[in-house]
Design a binder for this molecule. Structure first.
Ligand code: UD1
Length: 426
């Protein structure tokens, strides 16, 4: 597996353009298999999770072609060529989002229970309950979820016990082709949900209320195509660069930002003494004064995103004073603390709480990414640290960051990828 070799201690300076959102792209790719006409998606990040999802939908019969660096033309299958292949589905948690579209469009689905990052148990009970509420029969056996929906799903009133992003997306997509009205209550409000709803509406669906607690969907008999739809910018990629700028005590202009989407991150960085200023779709992040410790609780949007928790932990590890982080979404998301401790951080983890005592500096060593965002956090730690840091398991980072090394190098970072089999650098 590849490794990233980082020589730290250089403040990041300059401009960086943020790519399209990974999580919105993955959900929209799943929705695109319900389209009756061709779809052109723009601002799609060329990252390994997106490539795996493209392979999966090709297996079920979709024609997918890249047009340029970031646009995809998709022609959905009129009949299924096969089930999503187990070996690819296991690589990607978001492949569970095919269940709703397959059931709604083709009346049946057989999807192996997906994998993804090692950040917690990640059950699918809310997805199954919602789809069953729309009239689907869902059976679990042999590691597969097998669903049948008769000729059509039926609109229903569905309440989610927890505002799960994936369950909201799956049920919302399925309800678009159900008979009658669906009312989804206590849904997730993440910007990616709104983006998916906008895309579905572009196909001719009737989805209202995305971004609020209640989504109402009037089922339609079929969906059309979409001449062009641009995916929103990635708020987590943006947040990662914001935190990297702050952590290296640098000054970075981020382009292609929707500022309200990153407000939970901007607000927390401002609390910590970081300057964050907005100008249209450009955000400038810099450190010009003393930094302060902060407390963080991860919550569903518009709370602080769990996907930014690890990066903030890396940053706070060198902010003088005591910061407390509470992880409310995924129970296994503090594995990063052990790696940061190897770099000299002082962090105590107790259950869902981590207490971070700021130290003057981290020192470079060999560390291992345990999931996508932990990998990003270790890159940030390496950029801050004295000396050389080697981050292994970079495949996790490649899942979600488009041209991370190129972008960081353009901001003055000293990092290189050591390809698998090239032992010369170690
Ligand atoms: C999505 C994002 C992920 C992000 C997460 C929370 C994608 C591809 N991934 O993941 O990057 O970290 O939202 O913002 O969009 N849960 C249940 N039962 C279910 C579903 C979820 O108990 O049926 C629980 C989970 O275990 C977790 C919590 O709900 O504790 C949140 O999960 P969810 O919002 O569903 O996250 P994902 O959609 O998997």
């Amino acid at each position: 597996m590849d490794k990233l070799v980082i020589y730290g201690g250089k403040p990041l300076r300059g401009k960086v353009r943020i790519s399209g959102a990974k999580n919105a792209s993955l959900a929209i790719l799943c929705a695109s298999i319900m389209a009756g006409e061709p779809v052109l998606l723009e601002n799609v990040p060329d990252i390994s999770d997106v490539r795996v999802m493209i392979e999966i939908i090709r297996h079920i019969g979709a024609e997918v072609t890249w047009e340029g660096d970031s646009s995809l033309r998709i022609i959905a299958p009129s009949k299924l060529a096969g089930d999503p292949p187990c070996e690819l589905v296991k690589k990607l948690r978001a492949s569970n989002l095919l269940l709703g579209p397959l059931l709604a469009r083709f009346g049946h689905a057989r999807v192996s229970l997906p994998g993804g990052c090692n950040i917690g148990v990640r059950p699918m009970d809310l997805h199954f309950k919602g789809l069953a509420g729309l009239g689907a029969g869902i059976d679990l056996h042999g590691g597969y979820a097998v669903g049948k929906s008769g000729p059509r799903l039926k609109g229903a009133r569905i309440y989610l016990d927890f505002p799960s992003v994936g369950a909201t997306e799956n049920i919302m997509m399925a309800a678009c082709l159900a008979d009658g009205q669906t009312v989804l209550e206590n849904v997730a409000k993440e910007p990616e949900i709104v983006d998916l709803a906008n895309f579905l509406n572009c196909l001719g669906a009737k989805v209202r209320g995305a971004g609020t607690d209640i989504i109402k969907i009037e089922g339609v008999s079929e969906l059309g195509g979409c001449m062009r739809y641009a995916v929103i910018p990635d708020r987590i990629e943006a947040g990662t660069f914001m935190v990297a700028a702050a952590a290296t005590r640098g000054q970075v202009e981020l382009e292609n930002i929707i500022p309200p989407h990153v407000e939970p991150i901007s607000a927390k960085l401002r609390d910590a003494g970081v300057d964050v200023t907005e100008n249209g779709d450009v955000l400038t992040v810099g450190v010009n004064g003393p930094l302060r410790p902060v407390d963080i609780k991860t919550l569903p949007y518009p709370g602080f995103p769990t996907d930014m928790q690890s990066q903030m932990m890396a940053f706070l590890s060198t902010v003088e004073g005591t910061s407390v982080i509470i992880e409310n979404i995924f129970e296994n998301r503090f594995q990063i603390a052990d790696e940061l401790k190897r770099m000299g951080a002082r962090i105590k983890v107790e259950g869902r709480m981590a207490v971070v005592e700021g130290v003057p500096a981290l020192h470079g060593t060999q560390v291992r990414a345990t999931d996508l965002r932990a990998g990003a956090a270790l890159v940030i730690a390496g950029l801050m640290a004295r000396g050389r840091t080697v981050v292994s398991n970079t495949c996790y980072i490649d899942r979600g960051y488009h041209q991370l090394e190129e972008k960081l190098r353009s901001l003055g970072a000293d990092l290189t990828r050591m390809r698998h089999g090239d032992g010369s650098l170690l």
